[in-house]
Write a protein that binds this ligand. Structure first.
Ligand SMILES: [Zn+2]
Length: 79
């Protein structure tokens, strides 16, 4: 029997049908008894669908420059 940690680690493979039939059966059994993991897997599924529909994200040159400036400002000082 899988535990909640196993489900969290393998949720993406479950959604993408990349688990063996036995592992998928064990996954189903865990989801049957665990409402928290059912909710978690549902949220992962919704998030993946949303991101796939949205397409790739692209930052503007100004946004990239702002991030690089923030990284430079957060570097530890070497005296
Ligand atoms: Zn669980």
């Amino acid at each position: 029997m899988l535990n909640c940690r196993d489900v969290a680690h393998e949720a993406s493979d479950y959604i993408d049908h990349n688990l063996s039939w036995w592992r998928r059966l064990m996954f189903h059994l865990h989801l049957f008894i665990c409402v928290k993991c059912r909710r978690f897997v549902s949220h992962v599924h919704i998030t993946r669908d949303f991101l796939r529909q949205r397409g790739p994200l692209k930052a503007s040159d100004a946004e990239v420059q702002q991030v690089m400036t923030n990284i430079d400002n957060d570097k530890p000082h070497q005296d």
